[in-house]
Design a protein around this ligand. Structure first.
Ligand code: MN
Length: 315
């Protein structure tokens, strides 16, 4: 199944070229408590909500995919984990260009470790990327996004994929430069996830997915997840030995060769086999803007207290 958040924080089931508004299925979620359990509430209860959504989808209001604004399919991840230089040809292009790629990030993935992106950077494809520092280089990194479905602590590689809820397209946007990776990759809107989450049962082999990214119609990145140096299962196992992964945690699994700069006015088109495609526009930061979906969510938070179906997420 394909599940999404869209427009003014509506829950959607994607059915071919339609998005069906199944927000009423959020009534399958438990009553909120504070402090709540770690992780994203919807992802932690995905089976119950999808069950409820299936029952109402046929009668639900439907919108063409092309007409909705997609928000991040995970609303409240606890963390966004990044995998550095996980494709050999990207490692080669980084090593060949010491002007752009900082020399202190050389060596194997194991030597460098995983990094974290701030969750405040997260947007959906419909919200777009806002370039914060126009005098510096902002690059696209096209990646497979893995969404953790249940608590994973010290799990073995052989069982790691059992902890995956689903997959999305991810953009690990980055300001190039000398600072720590986590700082340069955590700018607001520099973590894009979309357009929807495809549940794990629909992806027979996540290590055999072709993907590509073009900018303004010109192909920049094209590869397959089969070329990952560290597999998804190895990433989950390794990460879970350092910290517990919780429902909704996102892993951005690394980018292939062809990373490059974007500028306001550009449109990135991203595609992953068996998941779908998304267009992401790039604009200049206006000094105060919040991503539209998040702003709408905050504005609507107190005005809909009596409406259970739109009360999640609680932030
Ligand atoms: Mn990356």
């Amino acid at each position: 199944m394909r599940i999404c958040w869209f427009n003014d924080h509506r829950l959607g089931l994607v059915d071919g070229s339609l998005v069906r508004d199944v927000s009423a299925a959020l009534s399958a979620l438990p009553e909120p408590v504070y402090p709540g359990p770690r992780g994203d509430t919807l992802i932690a209860h995905l089976d119950e909500v999808l069950g409820a959504a299936s029952g109402i989808a046929a009668e639900a209001e439907a919108f063409p995919v092309a007409d909705v604004q997609f928000l991040s399919p995970v609303a409240e991840p606890g963390k966004i984990v990044g995998v550095p230089v996980n494709y050999r040809k990207h490692a080669e292009e980084a090593e060949a260009d010491t002007e752009v790629f900082t020399a202190r990030y050389r060596g194997s993935i194991e030597a460098q470790g995983l990094f974290l992106k701030a969750t405040s950077a997260l947007v959906g494809c419909g919200e777009g990327v806002s370039v914060r520092f126009p005098d510096r280089r902002t690059d696209h990194e096209m990646e497979l996004g893995v969404i953790i479905g249940r608590k994973a602590a010290n799990v073995s590689e052989t069982r790691a994929l059992e902890y995956v809820a689903g997959f999305s397209i991810a953009l690990d946007m980055v300001v190039r430069g000398p600072e720590d990776r986590s700082f340069r990759k955590s700018v607001d809107s520099y973590a894009v996830l979309g357009p929807w989450l495809v549940t794990a049962d629909e992806i027979a082999d996540p290590q055999a997915l072709d993907f590509s990214l073009s900018v303004n119609g010109v192909l920049r990145q094209a590869s397959s997840t089969r070329h990952m140096i560290m597999t998804i299962a190895e990433q989950i196992g390794w990460a879970s030995r350092f910290y517990t992964l919780w429902p909704g945690d996102i892993i951005m699994t690394g980018t292939c060769e062809g990373v490059g700069p974007v500028a306001p006015g550009d449109t990135m088109c991203c595609r992953i086999e068996s998941i779908g495609e998304m267009a992401v526009t790039v604009r200049a930061w206006d000094g105060a803007q919040l991503p539209a979906g998040h702003a709408a969510r905050r504005a609507g938070r107190n005005s809909r207290r009596s409406d259970r179906t739109t009360r999640f997420p609680s932030r």
